[in-house]
Design a protein around this ligand. Sequence first.
Ligand SMILES: *Cc1c(COP(=O)(O)O)cnc(C)c1O
Length: 470
Amino acid sequence: MEREDYLQWAERAARWGAEYLATLDERPVRAQTAPGEVAAMLPAAPPEEPVDMETIFADFERIVPGGMTHWQHPRFFAYFPANAAPASMIAESLTSVMAAQCMLWQTSPAATEIETRMVDWMRQALGMPEGFQGVIQDTGTTANLCAVLTMRERALGWRGNDSGVAGEKQLRVYASPETHSSIDKAVRVAGIGQQHLVKVPTDGSGALDPQALHAAIEADLAAGLLPAGVVLCVGGTSIGASDRPRETIEVAREHDLYVHVDAAWAGSAMICPELRALWDGVEGADSIAFNPHKWLGAQFDCTIQFLADPEPQVRTLGVRPDYLQTLGQSGITNYSEWTIPLGRRFRALKLWFLLRAHGLEDLRQRIRNHVAWAGEAAAAIAALDGFRLTTDCRLSLFTFQYAPDGEDANDATERLLRAVNDDGRIYLTQTVHEGRFVIRFQVGQFDCRREDVLLAVDVLRELAHAQDEQ
Ligand SMILES: *Cc1c(COP(=O)(O)O)cnc(C)c1O
């Protein structure tokens, strides 16, 4: 395919996309594909000769959509959403045409300057104070790793990057057991070690207990260890648990620890002022990450990491070899110095399109709807025979079990979940809460309607009933 053919195939792809979106709710939400089925449809060796686009496109249609789980399906209630509002998809296709590489200001000035502005728009949208700057990361995992590396270097007086951590006091990072597994990965990658991620006990609500944090830090200091930072969780992945930033940050500050807040999912909901009590005091943190690609509607991937002061992170991650110097410019931002990869995609464009095409009020309304409908679904499921809620609705996430008389609740719940996902009309996933196998129910797909949520309740009733008949 040559450049001259671009228009023809772009139009074809756009028509396919429009048709896909229009008929998405007729497809099963989760791929109904067996492992190896897709691989078996691909030749083992690459082609030596060109294949015509007609054949390539036909193979795409034949092989790919049926092998996908449809994250934009309005009845996707699994994990957390990974939304893609149509306006953000358009921005993404423009980005792909320019094949922008945004490592330095001068390699894509518009990308850098739009990124700076979009981070500031989002700061205002979330009600955060002036002074916070930030960067768009690929994923929450990367933002969390950048924050943990910064904690490490700050605690070591920036010696770790140079001479390694071997001769240093043992670093310690604190978090609740409800924090995401990417924090475990971050302490591993940072050379701190999994054992030194201290999982501080929580109170009855699942929030890290500030007194317990204080005690853990004091005990570590007495033992000659080096406390480096605290990772707070707002809207945890399993059941939506949240720490209390204000009180917890106070404890961290007493010990001069760096504080990072992971609000990957819940952060988007903070565009609604009435929901912000959830992260009261967050402005005291050093670093805050959330994923506009989850609940807000930005096409995956797009994570914003706010920084009260970018200097410690840039000092930790910035490297300036001769060949990356920008000659004759001052007062510019090179965002690759704020993160791990050198090459960076133009992620700000989709936020710009999204925020303008919808406006904040429309985005707030969607989130408010999701929260309200999740509450309705939770009440309706709790009222079904044999069902019980295992955690209350937090924002738009709750968990439940199916426990008919005379059967082990974990087994019955797992059987029901398999039946639901084989059925395909809705998609739900599980977690383990207090040793019990529970089903998570999350409302957050961008185009989800109330009737989609209510249909999910019907599907659960119907399939539980069918299970009882067997
Ligand atoms: C989803 C999630 C992450 C990971 O985000 P990615 O962008 O998928 O890396 C981290 N923390 C929390 C709380 C999450 O919900």
